[in-house]
Design a protein around this ligand. Structure first.
Ligand SMILES: Cc1cc2nc3c(=O)[nH]c(=O)nc-3n(C[C@H](O)[C@H](O)[C@H](O)COP(=O)(O)OP(=O)(O)OC[C@H]3O[C@@H](n4cnc5c(N)ncnc54)[C@H](O)[C@@H]3O)c2cc1C
Length: 287
């Protein structure tokens, strides 16, 4: 199918983009085009105006500000994989980007586009949730910065207003021990189950910081905050970990579709959490 007729405009600056967006109530931004183009072709989305933000230079920047790294919305998955700043300051994000789709999509798809698309099975969100990422949104009226946790509303839904553009993602530097797992049927598929975790321990083995998030949920990716508090401040035994995981997974509502039933996905989520949190907490192969 072809998309419905529409007007396409290329913005060279943010102000130009805001001005184009204000021309039409149903105007949409196009970034890497990897998600929106299929939606246009299938006529799931039919905006009368598409505003291309690719030429806007500031959206392509990766820079450090104090103890945080600021990544422009137009930075591609490939640029994340190749960035030295990201490798040395948030290696977990780089590891996550490596497993997104295939090389063509990694060359074109962007961090901002992936976040705004809010696919509940997307790879970045669990990782960005444990990294306590924030997003900056700008419009002709001003700017605001919100936590990613607040920005994600539901499946394919984020807290963005007409005329706003996500301009950057702010991530505190984090070099803690991490684990990122994407369980998919084939290499380039979306996740059937996924998890991201960070763990910091004291020398005596007490867990001082643990952050865990899961993806492929029917609503949106989630931090497992009860599990985190149960395992913080103690030297957990394997039994403690398994009980905490089982309790957390019990409350999950994974996607239920042809790629995997909700029960199957729960089982996989439980297994990857036990194995990979086990490795982070106890070291070695803790399956
Ligand atoms: C075959 C296929 C397989 C894929 N597999 C995976 C996978 O395994 N894992 C994974 O995580 N992703 C996967 N993706 C998604 C891919 O990562 C896309 O790149 C990403 O979801 C969208 O990024 P984009 O830059 O192409 O956004 P676009 O398609 O250009 O835009 C997506 C949506 O976000 C909005 N938008 C984009 N940028 C902004 C912005 N800065 N401000 C406001 N709104 C904005 C657009 O209006 C649109 O609604 C896959 C996609 C395809 C087509």
């Amino acid at each position: 199918m072809y998309p419905k007729p529409l007007t396409y405009r290329r913005a060279r600056t943010l102000d130009e983009a805001f001005s184009f967006l204000s021309e039409n109530e149903d105007a949409r931004v196009i970034a890497g085009g990897q998600s929106i183009m299929p939606m246009l072709k299938l006529r799931i989305a039919s905006p009368s105006l598409l505003v291309d933000i690719a030429p806007i230079r500031e959206l392509h920047e990766i820079r450090m500000e104090g103890n945080e790294i600021i990544i422009g919305a137009m930075v591609t998955h490939r640029e994340i994989i190749e960035s030295r700043e990201i490798k040395s300051n948030i290696p977990m994000l780089q590891e996550t980007a490596r497993h997104i789709a295939d090389v063509q999509i990694r060359n074109r798809g962007t961090l901002g586009g992936s976040i705004c698309e809010a696919d509940p099975s997307a790879d970045y969100t669990p990782t960005l949730l444990v990294l306590d990422a924030r997003v900056t949104l700008k419009s002709a009226k001003g700017e605001r910065t919100v936590s990613l946790d607040d920005f994600l509303v539901g499946p394919f839904e984020v807290d963005i207003k007409q005329g706003e553009i996500l301009t950057s993602v702010i991530i505190p530097v984090n070099r803690s021990a991490y684990s990122v797992v994407k369980y998919a049927r084939r290499a380039a598929d979306f996740a059937v189950a996924s998890m991201a975790a960070l763990v910091e321990k004291k020398t005596d083995g007490t867990v001082s910081d643990i952050r865990v998030a899961v993806g492929a949920q029917s609503d949106r990716p989630l931090r497992l905050r009860d599990l985190e508090s149960e395992l913080t401040g103690i030297k957990p035994q394997k039994r403690d970990l398994h009980l905490a995981v089982e309790k957390a997974v019990e409350g999950l509502e994974p996607i239920d579709d042809i790629h995997g039933s909700a029960d199957y996905r729960k089982e996989v989520t439980s297994n990857i959490l036990k194995a990979n949190l086990g490795s982070l907490i106890f070291g070695g192969d803790s399956k």
